[in-house]
Ligand binder design. Structure first.
Ligand code: FES
Ligand SMILES: [Fe+2]
Length: 413
């Protein structure tokens, strides 16, 4: 349970708030690179700021505040130039750093141009995604986690705008027991109502959480499992502050699965499900699968407004959103299953303090040599490849991917 004040502290992402300043120390994904292939701009809301991702005529990306400083029209409808973007209203031109380059009807006046500069933030591409950094300089490195850089992978990206605060989403990742109920028993109940008797849930015997360099690893021991197994010994990580990494398969057939939660503002989150699959040796892979990140929106409501609890990711979204746009932590009652959540909140407060002291919080990397490729701990033999691959696809958001069938053919020819 938290006080109302603590709940605000933990959840706010606006500029100048402790949480907002902490979040500004990290790179956040804002688009798939392919989204800017046939389009010149994309509206982005990130950490309470309205921004425009744009491409200039040289193909370089920039991210600037969305309203023109002249009289406020949006650069979402802007015109690309060699060196930046022009406002659609009267043609004022800005570069990716937010400097005004020209004001067509005005007599050229350097002082006036300098006065009307806007915010321009660094962006970088990695693994087919575009990441943005809104924090102070010097800009840290964009961490090269394994799934982003593994060569020869088939990549897909599910996305959904979830109208709730980011923290209640991340807290799911620190809560192993929910899988037994939300994804196990709830699915069994759903099938029971369709006349199918099944048993897919597994009882948790023990859970554990360990801090490591990049965040927290989460460990579970299910009924019938050995403590020597990877689920207990290795676990999988919550990469501070807001990414879950899960789902490696075996050595020769792997899935890198990242759930990235990008705070748009205090009550809205952009959720990305990023999957990178390395095909087994000898698999025949259509070249088009390897060319780009394949995008799909993840539907989580039916036409009548009810939540879609017929897939695992829809079940998660239902749990997040029924907590309200901002979970009321003054009324919760944490128990033994919530020890990871309590640990994570302590970590969040500790890292906010570091930022207040002017230090780098955990997970900020500035060493090029260490950033060649960061391998995250992850248990082998996760459900991605246990049993039928097509069953996995049918139970998750992957079934909405345009490459779902093609992926099935690669992994289960
Ligand atoms: S409002 Fe942008 S140039 Fe006038
Ligand atoms: Fe879940």
């Amino acid at each position: 349970m938290e006080t109302a004040e603590q709940n605000r502290l933990l959840t706010q992402v606006g500029k100048g708030t402790p949480g907002g300043e902490l979040m500004r120390r990290y790179w956040h994904p804002v688009a798939a690179a392919v989204e800017l292939r046939d389009k010149w701009t994309k509206a982005v809301r990130l950490l309470g700021e309205d921004l425009v991702l744009f491409k200039d005529r040289q193909g370089r990306l920039g991210l600037v505040e969305h309203q023109c400083p002249h009289r406020g029209a949006s650069f979402v409808y802007g015109l690309p130039t060699e060196g930046g973007i022009r406002c659609p209203y009267h043609g004022w031109e800005f570069n990716a750093q937010g400097q005004c380059l020209s004001q067509p009807f005005e007599k050229d006046n350097l002082e006036f141009r300098q006065k009307v500069g806007i915010a321009g933030y660094p962006v970088q591409e990695l693994g087919g995604l575009v990441f943005a950094y809104l924090g102070p300089k010097p800009v840290p490195l964009l961490p090269r986690f394994d799934g982003f850089v593994v060569p020869g992978a088939i990549r897909l990206l599910g996305h959904a705008h979830i109208p709730c605060n980011w923290l209640q989403i991340v807290e799911t990742s620190l809560d192993p027991v929910h899988a037994e109920w939300l994804h196990g028993r709830s699915t069994e109940f759903l099938l029971e109502q369709e006349g199918v008797k099944t048993h897919i849930s597994a009882t948790h015997k023990k859970i554990d959480f360990r801090e490591f360099e990049w965040g927290i690893t989460k460990h579970r021991l299910l009924e019938g499992q050995s403590e020597e197994g990877d689920d207990w010994k290795v676990g999988h990580p919550i990469v501070f502050p807001s990414m879950l990494a899960v789902g490696n398969g075996d050595e020769d057939k792997r899935a890198y699965v990242f759930q990235m939660r990008v705070p748009m503002d205090d009550e809205n989150t952009m959720h990305f499900w990023y999957h990178a699959y390395t095909p087994p040796p000898g698999a025949s892979v259509p070249p088009r699968l390897l060319q780009e990140v394949h995008l799909h929106e993840v539907p989580f409501r039916l036409a009548n407004g009810e939540f879609r609890v017929d897939h695992i990711d829809g079940q998660d979204v239902m749990a997040w959103l029924t907590q309200g746009p901002l979970a009321n932590r003054t009324r919760e009652n944490l128990g033994a299953s919530d020890q990871g959540i309590a640990m994570y909140r302590r970590m969040l407060r500790r890292e906010m303090k570091k930022v207040e002291r002017g230090e780098d919080p955990m997970g900020v990397i500035r060493d090029e040599a260490r950033n060649q490729r960061i391998d995250l701990p992850n248990e082998k033999g996760k459900k991605h490849f246990r049993g039928s691959f097509r069953t996995f696809v049918s139970r998750t958001h992957v079934r909405f991917s345009p490459i779902a069938d093609a992926l099935g053919l690669v992994f289960e020819p």
